[in-house]
Design a protein around this ligand. Structure first.
Ligand code: IPE
Ligand code: MG
Length: 239
């Protein structure tokens, strides 16, 4: 555990958010600024995901969600999508190998359109880490919030006959149970990098009460200090 984290943990004014959700943005611009192909930015972007996962777990965050690929991202070039999918396969294998770190890894998003190889690595990693009792790490890949809500509504209606509830019993809690994030705490803090101030169809239901923190810095440059500032902002402490 690094000293900085101890600073934050020992500061009794600080409340650690239960659920932090991060929109990792700016990989392409990071690469371009260095005269490199976009793929280098995506590769570089995996490092802060690993580091921030470790820091959040040490801080006692209960759930950390990274938005790594939206349903809209399929519109990118074939080469870029192909590169990203290969990168995700490597990424899930690596997460699975770290199963001993006590982090429970879960995929949120649709399975359709993902390759059988990627689906298989996702399942293996989820399986390897399913008994871990520490932080839950959600990887939002092929995720879209409106489609999640539409599916929840569809599944709710399908289950009316079998699950013993009627239309009048539909409430917020029941709808939450039909989301990918069923039984998890709502999002407290959303972080987005690269100066973009948009929600981009991310956890719309779960973020109803979330605080938003933005930085102009690009995702591959995201460091512990950014996380710390976001958590301080969440606590409304002047920087
Ligand atoms: C985020 O970086 C990574 C993914 C969406 C996969 P971008 O690829 O959106 O990078 P910019 O926004 O073009 O710089
Ligand atoms: Mg972007």
């Amino acid at each position: 555990m690094n000293n900085q984290i101890e600073d934050l943990l020992n500061d009794n004014r600080i409340k650690i958010p239960k659920h932090i959700a991060i929109v990792c943005d700016g990989n392409g611009r990071w690469a371009k600024s260095k005269g490199l192909p976009r793929s280098f930015g995506h590769k570089a972007g995996t490092k802060p995901i690993e580091n921030i996962t470790k820091h959040c777990s040490e801080l006692g965050v209960e759930v950390l969600t990274f938005y790594v690929f939206s349903t809209e991202n399929w519109n990118r070039s074939y080469e870029e999508v192909n590169f990203l999918m290969k990168l995700f396969i490597e990424f899930f294998i690596k997460l699975g190998n770290k199963a001993e770190k006590n982090i429970k890894v879960r995929h949120i998003g649709a399975i359709d359109n993902l390759s059988s190889e990627l689906i298989s690595e996702i399942k293996k990693t989820e399986d390897l880490t399913k008994n871990n009792s520490g932080m839950i790490l959600n990887i939002a890949l092929n995720y879209g919030s409106r489609s999640e809500i539409a599916n929840a509504a569809k599944n709710l209606m399908h289950n009316i006959d079998t699950e013993n509830f009627n239309v009048d019993q539909i409430n917020e809690e029941l709808i939450s149970d039909y989301m990918f994030t069923s039984k998890l705490p709502d999002v407290d803090l959303i972080i987005r990098t690269s100066g973009e101030m948009r929600i981009s169809n991310f956890l719309l239901w779960q973020s109803a009460k979330a605080k938003l923190w933005f930085t102009n810095d690009l995702w591959p440059d995201f460091k512990y200090d950014h996380l710390k500032n976001a958590i301080k902002y969440y606590n409304e402490i002047c920087l």
